[in-house]
Design a protein around this ligand. Sequence first.
Ligand code: ADP
Length: 223
Amino acid sequence: MRIILLGAPGSGKGTVAEGLRSACGFPKISTGDLLREAVREKTPLGLVAASQMGKGGLVDDATVLALLRERLARSDCREGYVLDGYPRTLVQADSLESLGLAGPEIVFNLQVSDEVVIERLANRRTCPNCEAIYHLVNKPPKVAGTCDVCGAALVQRNDDAPEVIKERLRTYHAKTEPLVGRYAAKGDLIRIDGNRAADEVIRDVRRIIDAALRRPDGAWMRR
Ligand code: ADP
């Protein structure tokens, strides 16, 4: 099953994608993770991306598409995947279609208020090694400052600084939010209240996916 997660930064896309990966086995394809990995490894695409990330804007379409194309070609994506962070613009949605893959079966829009985003990102800590995500209050690591999964020292992403968060929200409203209308018009969109605790959101999303998987014709209940 091909799933797209839309939503503002901090709306929970990464957390939901990880929940679906561990519960249902769908590979989590996060363009943010792919970009950070390329930056860390100083690949040619990573060197281009590094200069564009961290200020709250978007990385250029060609760079992101090249990384995504390579990732989606791997064998684990044959049965489907969860896309977290792509598409982020109308042009990227066109590019996704132009890859010649079957279209998404479900697009979830995780709706959150800007206030919730700001609070969540300011308290977010991430593992630079395995990309696990923590929240200092709602999901603290067992040992302060240390990743539960791999033991690496947690960091605050430099784009989670308050002034960058505001710019990312502006970018989201200007460039990504129009995708909601596009997928809604196609009848592919399911709106999810993302202001709630992560396990409640994941439970809702899973219920909808399970119902879709039970439909022998592959169709799912439209809302
Ligand atoms: P968030 O969704 O919380 O902003 P991500 O990890 O998805 O975090 O993305 C971090 C940064 O990586 C973005 O601010 C942007 O600069 C870049 N990025 C991620 N996905 C894309 C994309 N599809 N197109 C352009 N830039 C992207």
